[in-house]
Design a binder for this molecule. Structure first.
Ligand code: FAD
Length: 591
């Protein structure tokens, strides 16, 4: 146990027996600890209770060691959600990993630390949310972070904070083979960008990660924020909230507190705030009686507020990937799983604080518009398909995405250089002659899919996740274009000289039909569900107003990824931290 956590740990185990708190925050994930800590500091005479369903896991190597990224998925720290079968892709079921631990998904994620373009945050305000724009979001995101490595060969100085709790740094372990990525993308016309966190993410870059550089540990919402909190914050772990308790006062519902699954009731004298994430916050609203009449009736829940937007507007990024077998002489991250001696050596280096493979958390990224990645007819074809999709889903969020397609500042495609095999076919088994080979993977992410799905409760109150993937032809064609672009990258020098066999999908995949089939069978979620308690006008399906207060309630707010009305072209943890910082300011101002 690290010393600086001892005090906090003591307060976790000795969690107060008091029944009443001023503020109750449900969910000790990413937004929850950030919000609860800021409330504790900003309202020193208030009492705050943070309730997390998972355990505290301060010393967990699966979480703390950057090179173990991904191993938390399907572990005891994962809720292990899955989507319902997706009819447009042969009823495939998509994994939905979610952190179930103090730190939540910030403890389970892949540590990519980035931001979208200025116009994308400004779009939140244009959708009807006063003050939710780039200017305020960048100030809030910078407040949440300390970025180490300004004015170095891997970053300039724009758009990064220097005194916040979350630690971010460009990865110090850059495998030799990754050195080909930037020149290759330059060859394809994508320029280098050393200030990608400053509102213009287009280009190719070394990518920051949420890592504390001393020691070289993952930085999570739990280990970054909670040690700063005062003794007025109590953290309860391994406790699951069953519902929010509501009482009608005049025309509004007042949140009086929460009931846990074990029946314990905690009372809130001021506010209840849901930070249970994009999957469980809408579910908690619904089990508490807030949502669509039909959904609540089917679940046997008495409706308290008719709010049709709850659980709707689900948006998520899709990814597709191709892998290449490296020529002899290269060592990739695969060697950790293929060679026990190497793995032990690298672990010893990490423990000794020396640079090594266990430092790695991904570090080569690029973001581009379609006209940058495709020829003019390909980009135009996607716009035409998007127009069709927008006509079928006439909603301001979809209309805004259509606008983004013609905005030269907004990325539509992300391509990640991933060291080692991170595809779908699986790394060769120990009995396979290919076992021991070294790979690199290109992961393409679709930044603005037009599918919007939903998350509603079933009769048992559990969330039913329907991302509605590939419900429009734009999303299918965009991923086909994305994976074909990856092959183009792989065949461009100097990248082309790194490998000798395309392992996945393989040279046999050539025709459009085959590429489409590959997309349908192997695309995955990037685990960025958003929008299910959208901050939007009520008439547009909004669930919370621009103060993040649930419509129809006096003192119930949602503060997490679910309030993001329109998914941005970035991995979303920096935005979630920014949302928590802004929410804390609003709640403190209102106190
Ligand atoms: C595997 C994975 C990889 C990702 N990779 C990246 C990445 O590289 N970069 C990036 O920027 N983003 C990434 N993301 C996304 C990002 O981490 C999440 O979007 C973000 O952390 C969500 O924050 P949140 O506060 O909304 O929810 P969470 O962090 O999920 O927090 C919700 C918390 O609420 C708790 N909870 C839920 N229900 C209850 C209840 N009833 N009672 C009590 N507690 C409850 C949960 O246990 C959880 O701790 C990834 C996500 C995952 C899952």
């Amino acid at each position: 146990m690290q010393l600086r956590y001892l005090t906090l740990y003591a307060s976790v185990v000795a969690a107060s027996c008091a029944e009443t708190y001023d503020y109750i925050v449900v969910g000790g994930g990413t937004a929850g600890p950030a919000l609860a800590t800021r409330l504790s500091l900003g309202l020193p005479s208030a009492t705050i209770l943070l309730i997390e369903a998972g355990p505290a896991a301060w010393d967990e190597p699966l979480i703390n060691i950057p090179g173990n990224r991904g191993l938390g998925i399907r572990s005891r720290y994962d809720w292990n959600f899955t989507s319902i079968p997706q009819p447009n892709v042969g009823d495939r079921v998509f994994a939905y990993a979610r952190g179930k631990v103090l730190g939540g998904s910030s403890a389970l994620n892949l540590m990519t630390y980035d931001r979208a373009a200025v116009n994308e945050y400004d779009a939140w305000e244009e959708l009807g949310n006063d003050g939710w724009n780039w200017e305020n979001m960048i100030a809030a995101m910078m407040k949440s972070e300390t970025f180490t490595g300004k004015n170095t060969p891997t970053y300039g100085d724009k758009g990064v904070g220097d005194s916040g709790p979350v630690q971010a740094v460009v990865n110090r372990y850059i495998p030799v083979q990754q050195e080909s990525f930037i020149p290759t993308m330059n060859e394809l016309g994508i320029e280098g960008n050393l200030e990608s966190l400053g509102g213009d993410p287009l280009g190719v870059m070394y990518q920051p990660n949420s890592i504390d550089h001393v020691p070289w540990n993952r930085s999570t919402a739990a280990n970054a924020y909670l040690p700063l909190a005062g003794s007025n914050l109590r953290v309860l772990t391994d406790k699951t909230v069953a519902k929010v308790n509501l009482k009608k006062v005049g025309d509004s519902q007042v949140a009086t507190g929460v009931t846990l699954v074990d029946g314990t009731v905690y009372t809130a004298s001021k506010e209840v705030i849901l930070s249970a994430g994009a999957i469980q916050s809408p579910a908690l609203l619904e089990v508490s009686g807030i949502g669509q009449a039909a959904v609540l009736a089917a679940a046997g829940v008495q409706q308290k507020i008719e709010l049709p937007g709850v659980g709707e507007n689900l948006q998520d990024h899709l990814r597709i990937q191709s892998s290449y077998q490296l020529k002899d002489g290269y060592i990739s991250f695969d060697n950790i799983r293929a060679n026990a001696t190497y793995a032990a050596e690298q672990m010893a280096r990490w423990k000794a604080g020396q640079v090594g493979a266990y430092d790695y958390a991904g570090s080569g990224y690029s973001f581009m518009t379609w006209p940058q990645a495709l020829d003019a007819s390909g980009a135009d074809a996607l716009v035409a398909l998007a127009e069709e999709a927008a006509a079928a889903d006439p909603h301001p969020v979809t209309a805004k995405k259509l606008e983004f397609l013609s905005d030269a500042s907004v990325p539509q495609l992300e391509v990640i250089f991933s060291d080692g095999y991170t595809g779908v076919k699986g790394y060769p088994a120990a009995t396979d002659p290919l076992f021991g080979n070294q790979y690199i993977t290109l992961i393409a992410g679709l930044m603005h899919p037009l599918a919007r799905g939903s998350i509603h409760i079933d009769a048992a109150g559990a969330p039913v996740i329907d991302p509605n993937f590939f419900s429009n032809e734009h999303d299918v064609q965009a991923l086909v274009d994305a994976i074909k672009y990856c092959r183009r990258i792989s065949q461009t020098e100097p990248f082309a000289s790194l490998w000798d066999v395309e392992y996945e999908p393989g040279e046999a995949t050539q025709t459009d039909e085959q590429w489409r089939d590959f997309v349908m069978k192997t695309s995955l979620s990037i685990f960025h569900p958003t929008g299910t308690c959208a901050m939007l006008p009520r008439a547009d399906g909004g669930v919370v107003d621009s103060d993040l207060r649930v419509y129809g309630t006096k003192n119930l707010r949602v503060v997490d990824a679910s309030i993001i009305p329109l998914l941005i072209s970035a991995h979303i943890q920096t935005a979630v931290y920014g949302i928590a910082e802004i929410a804390a300011e609003k709640i403190i101002d209102a106190a």
